[in-house]
Design a protein around this ligand. Structure first.
Ligand code: 13P
Ligand code: SF4
Length: 332
């Protein structure tokens, strides 16, 4: 094995050349069988990565898969908090991520020290945190949620319960407005979902009058107000499968359109435009750090591996397990 270890530490991924004649997809397939590895991919991944994955899903479905898999190796084609959640749930398995730099601006918007002081200001509150957080935040949390189950998890608590919701302010405010619950909300956000332009979405809608607007709840309130459907990535995908419109303006990361087109080849999907017309800001730059070449090298060298401090893991696992138990009970 001629991997340069210093390079992995510095770069965050195995930067080995892949020969032009190598059938990379066939090799990935061969290695995953040989090593008893499972490839889990989020809907925001590049199309070819979604296509080679054993399982593609939203963050809830991916954590459910990570908990129940019998594979020896979990290769996570997604961002770091997702792979970290898999490691927290399956500490005895080797969890790999093709690029350690694949972070999340939403997770970064909630630093553990500041969050700890925030929680201390509200004694007696139940802490619900979105899965887009670090292991340290999960260790300070009572129940984890994702956009698929956040509403139901809040509603599963008694009416009078006082709730801290972190870190996404848009999702938090949306749930608070629908449920009317007593919630204090951490002011974090995702740089992709706060970038969509209401003005430019409405310009498209003016021309494409039959198009429906569908939005992830991490979008800002004005976008959610005009949306015909609000939901997690899997909820948006399911909506386009069942709904009878022919066109959709999609206000979430553009990777989801790959599955939407696969399921509905006859329908048109228009990515919602960002405020800055010169950037591709509706792409999550962290998600798109994962490439097929990095994935190949990751599986070949079984590096980089995701590690979680055991003390933090033991504290964090309870909040994730509570989410999985509540979700199972509610059939989500
Ligand atoms: P989902 O929970 O809908 O998969 O979303 C995850 C995410 O990172 C949204 O930006
Ligand atoms: Fe994080 Fe936003 Fe990327 Fe989702 S889209 S992984 S919330 S930075």
């Amino acid at each position: 094995m001629n991997v340069n270890w210093k390079d992995i530490k510095e770069k965050g991924f195995v930067d080995e050349k892949v020969g032009p004649d190598l059938d990379i997809l066939r090799e990935i397939d061969r290695m995953r069988k040989e090593k008893n590895a499972i490839i889990l991919a989020h809907y925001y991944q590049q199309g070819e990565i979604q296509d080679i994955a054993d399982f593609v899903g939203d963050s809830l479905a991916l954590s459910q898969q990570a908990e129940r898999t019998s594979a020896d190796i979990i290769l996570f084609a997604g961002v770091h908090f997702m792979a970290e959640t898999a490691k927290i749930l399956s500490p005895d398995k080797k969890v790999l991520i093709p690029d350690l730099n694949a972070g999340c601006s939403l997770a970064d918007s909630c630093p553990p020290d500041e969050f700890k002081s925030f929680v201390e200001k509200y004694p007696g509150y139940t802490v619900i945190s979105y899965v887009n957080t670090t292991a340290e935040i999960k260790a300070l949390t009572d129940i984890i949620c994702t956009s698929s189950n956040a509403m139901q998890i809040v509603q599963s608590l008694p009416e009078e319960e006082k709730i801290i919701f972190a870190p996404d302010r848009n999702l938090g405010n949306y749930i608070k407005s629908v449920t009317g619950r007593n919630m204090v909300i951490w002011q974090g956000a995702c740089h992709v979902h706060e970038e969509f332009s209401l003005e430019r979405i409405l310009e498209i809608k003016e021309k494409e009058t039959d198009a429906k607007i569908i939005a992830h709840p991490e979008c800002e309130k004005p976008i959610l107000i005009v949306a015909d459907h609000i939901g997690s990535t899997s909820s948006l995908l399911n909506f386009t499968r069942k709904d009878n419109a022919k066109k959709y303006i999609v206000a979430t990361e553009s990777g989801i359109i790959h599955q939407m087109k696969k399921s509905n080849p006859e329908k048109t999907f228009i990515p919602a435009p960002p405020k800055d017309s010169t950037c591709a800001c509706n792409d999550c730059n962290f998600m798109k750090m994962i490439t097929i070449k990095k994935l190949y090298n990751c599986l070949k060298y079984e590096l980089p591996e995701v590690k979680v401090d055991e003390d933090i893991r033991q504290k964090a696992v309870h909040s994730i397990k509570r989410m999985l138990e509540i979700s199972e009970m509610l059939g989500i």
